[in-house]
Write a protein that binds this ligand. Structure first.
Ligand SMILES: *Cc1c(COP(=O)(O)O)cnc(C)c1O
Length: 466
């Protein structure tokens, strides 16, 4: 048996439907070939995101019932703070309603328009929050991290050369802090090695520049370190996480990922003055410093989720399940970004549909066909999301890759359901040349991938007659 074993059994189930092909066709048409607008009741397996979609455990639900809703210094905040300090080790723990609120609070206090913030790759809300302050969000991931087919253990690593070049170009006074995203979500969920974190940490501390983690998938990253990095096989995931965070000065965290809850987040800092400034802003925008936009029961669920996420049997199952999906896709002839990351599989749609030019959105065609063929929802990460005009020449610039991300919610779907996803992808690939490109009929001024309406080029059906 090479299946990743589930270290739990199912106590509560949620009925889902596999609606008919006719209904899927009608839904897709009504949604303008944009699966963001398909109602979730009409979706069978929803791999749009792993964020806020985890199944909570019986212990988390029990913690919800015993959550303390006191406005100030609740018992649930004490548990939340204690468990976070235990893993992350930072002095100040500031609850926020989700990850981007932690980013917004930190950047409002510490980033000004002349600043530059280096990161391996900024997640889109992180980039947007840096740019919202008028500053530059700079990606410094190693070159291996930009090569979709290269198999390497730590493609999330920061390039020390690129980081040093940024310090030389902009100067120390323009860099308020350096960030590292673990795992590197926008680079395919690839992990960052402890060796790299140590190097970046030493580089920063020699210059007196703080290092801040974007910690959303810290446990998945720690598990990869344990599995892949020399010297860590005998350390627990918790010890690895503790060592990792001891090399930095704070973190932003979306609890919707590795805290196994549906909403929540936090910011941690060692710097007391900065924490005080952030806390003043927190009271204005989020809430009192001991709940910061979350209910007491939500704080309690995070506290419990952080313990569960470091269970190594859970992590072996979790990352094994994602890898198994990727391996099945490859064995069915559907090419994926390599190696398979921690939380998602990325299908290389340009290689599946080489007859569709980037101007006709091959990854969006794959995404729409995946819904039409089997009621499966993924998300396009290609030209619909990233195409832009060159500011100097006005020419259209397409992204390097046309990907479809299949993000796997934690503890939610069975192996059978993910096998079904792999087979549906294979059916889409078999349709191949029969699939027609898409054109935009309406788009908003920004972030168009969420709401744009499309149609098959020139009208008619997306799947041509055989
Ligand atoms: C999800 C995510 C965020 C933002 O968190 P939200 O809870 O969605 O606001 C920031 N960084 C990374 C790497 C993420 O994956």
């Amino acid at each position: 048996m090479d299946l990743p074993f589930e270290p739990y059994r199912i106590k509560v189930v949620e009925r889902i439907q596999r609606v008919s092909r006719e209904e899927r066709q009608a839904q897709l048409h009504a949604a303008g070939y944009n699966v963001f607008k398909v109602p979730s009741e009409a979706i069978y397996v929803d791999l749009l995101t792993d964020s806020g979609t985890s199944a909570m455990s019986d212990r988390q639900w029990a913690a919800m019932m015993t959550g303390d809703e006191a406005y100030a210094y609740s018992k649930s905040f004490a548990e939340f703070e204690r468990n976070i300090r235990d893993i992350f080790g930072y002095r100040h723990v500031i609850p926020t309603h989700q990850g981007r609120a932690a980013e917004s609070l930190l950047f409002a206090a510490a980033v000004t328009p002349e600043h530059v913030v280096p990161n391996n790759i900024h997640f889109d809300t992180t980039r947007a929050n840096v740019e919202h302050r008028g500053a530059i969000a700079l990606d410094c991931v190693c070159d291996e991290g930009l090569d979709a087919q290269l198999v390497a253990p730590f493609k999330g690593d920061m390039s020390l050369d690129k980081l040093a070049a940024a310090f030389t170009k902009y100067g120390l006074e323009r860099i308020p802090f350096v960030m590292i995203t673990v795992t590197n979500n926008s680079g395919g969920g690839q992990p960052v090695s402890m060796a790299n974190i140590k190097q970046v940490s030493a580089y920063c501390s020699e210059r007196g520049v703080p290092l801040i983690f974007d910690a959303c998938r810290f446990a998945e990253n720690a598990w990869f370190i344990q599995q892949r990095e020399k010297g860590y096989a005998d350390r627990t995931v918790k010890e690895i996480a503790q060592e990792m965070f001891s090399l930095g000065d704070g973190c932003t965290m979306s609890a919707k990922k590795d805290a196994l809850v549906n909403i929540g987040g936090f910011l941690c800092l060692n710097d007391g003055d900065l924490a005080l400034e952030v806390t003043n802003d927190l009271i204005l925008h989020e809430g009192f410093p001991t709940y910061g936009g979350m209910a007491g029961r939500d704080l309690a669920a995070v506290a419990q989720g952080l313990e569960e996420v470091m269970d190594e049997e859970y992590l072996a199952y979790r990352i094994g399940q994602v890898k198994r999906l990727g391996d099945r896709l490859e064995s069915l002839g559907v090419p994926c970004l390599q190696p398979i990351g921690g939380h998602a599989v990325y299908v290389d749609a340009a290689r599946v549909l080489p007859h569709i030019p980037q101007s006709e959105f091959p990854a969006q065609v794959f995404t729409a066909a995946l819904y039409l063929e089997g009621g499966v929802r993924g998300v396009e990460i290609g030209s619909l999301m990233f195409e832009h005009l060159d500011p100097d020449t006005g020419a259209t610039v397409h992204p390097a890759l046309e990907l479809v991300r299949l993000a796997v919610p934690r503890r939610v779907y069975t192996h059978t359901q993910l096998d079904y996803v792999a087979e549906t992808c294979a059916r889409v690939a078999e349709l191949g040349p029969r699939l027609r490109g898409l054109e935009i009929v309406w788009e908003p001024p920004s972030l168009r991938h969420f709401t744009a309406k499309l149609q098959p080029v020139g009208g008619g059906a997306m799947v041509a007659e055989a």
